[in-house]
Design a protein around this ligand. Structure first.
Ligand code: FAD
Length: 287
């Protein structure tokens, strides 16, 4: 099933993301995780792709299992920052062979031990390549606060428009913690004539390690309500988890109440966190 066919049907859709485990924990970790999450009836599950290899091999296998074993559409991520055209084509062929119809096409960030691709500079070039070789539904990434390398938000949105024109059918946002940032971004995106569906990416922040990473990614643009939660509960794992789940659930409810129907939860492979958020929304997302 192509994801795009449902993104505009006016219903609420919640999708989830997981990443392939680094070691050989595949069966125990991912199977358990998908087993638990599948019961919550997510719209699709996306599987991330390591920009420099490593776990990349597992992405397609996990995406295939999600479809075949659990009958849930999967979205396989694919990056190009350190890949040759030949390597990308091999992956596209494999995706076709495994009947995976949805790809999130990304540039990726260059790992320190890899060389930059001579064939691909931007995600838009990867999208053009994918389109040449298969009938896929292709998504891309977008950044409500602007991509960190972009000169400013408007030039980033100009580049986003190029990405959409190259064949990107829907977008998924980077995580954000203030819904007004998303609403402002949508205003700008529409003003520039980008009219593909935008899936809002929500990250439940539930532990100290995540808090540190979130703080560094967001460049201090965190709402005071979020900062207060972290200050009060950051050192108490159980309280932080409960507060993080509630915060993410409230963010999602506000988005849906304001007409944003497509939400993606960055699950960070935590089935209990994702499961509790889905439970908090159970009456909302099945309508
Ligand atoms: P691009 O769209 O290529 O943009 C990168 C930068 O180049 C931006 O600053 C943009 O403004 C600029 N740009 C684009 N086109 C042009 C142009 N024609 N001329 C000049 N400048 C241009 N990383 C992983 O490694 N694996 C994953 O699985 C993964 N999944 C992700 C999922 C989501 C939803 C998101 C939001 C990010 C994900 N990332 C992942 C991270 C992503 O790879 C990085 O954020 C990366 O830095 C940018 O990737 P992109 O596809 O957005 O790049």
């Amino acid at each position: 099933m192509k994801i795009i066919d449902k993104l505009t049907d006016g219903k609420v859709h919640i999708s989830l993301e997981l990443f392939p485990p680094k070691q050989n924990e595949y069966l125990t970790k991912v199977d358990e995780l998908v087993e638990v999450l599948s019961k919550k009836e997510p719209f699709y599950i996306s599987v991330t792709y390591g920009a420099g290899g490593g776990t990349s091999e597992k992405t397609i296998q996990i995406a295939k299992d999600i479809q075949d074993k659990y009958n849930i559409p999967s979205l396989a991520h694919l990056t190009c920052v350190s890949s040759s055209r030949e390597e990308v084509l091999k992956r596209i062929e494999k995706l076709k062979e495994e009947k995976i119809e949805n790809i999130l096409a990304l540039r990726g960030d260059l790992p320190t031990d890899r060389e930059r691709s001579k064939d691909f500079k931007y995600a838009s070039e990867l999208i053009e390549e994918i389109k040449k070789y298969g009938d896929f539904c292709i998504g891309g990434a977008c950044y409500p606060e602007g991509h960190p390398e972009a000169k400013d938000i408007w030039s980033d949105i100009d580049n986003l428009k190029r990405k959409v024109e190259s064949g990107c059918e829907f977008l998924t946002t980077q995580m954000f913690f203030d819904n007004n940032v998303f609403y402002n971004f949508m205003y700008k995106v529409l003003k520039k004539g980008i009219d593909v569906p935008v899936v809002a990416g929500i990250m439940p922040v539930v532990n100290a390690k995540q808090i540190k990473r979130t703080m560094s990614l967001s460049g201090g643009m965190l709402p005071s309500r979020f900062k207060a939660i972290v200050e009060r509960f950051g050192d108490d794992n159980e309280s932080m988890k409960q507060a993080g789940i509630t915060y993410a659930s409230e963010q999602i409810i506000d988005l849906i109440a304001n007409g944003v129907n497509n939400i993606h939860i960055y699950t960070m492979n935590k089935s209990d966190t994702a499961g509790k958020i889905m439970d908090n929304l159970s009456e909302i997302y099945r309508k």
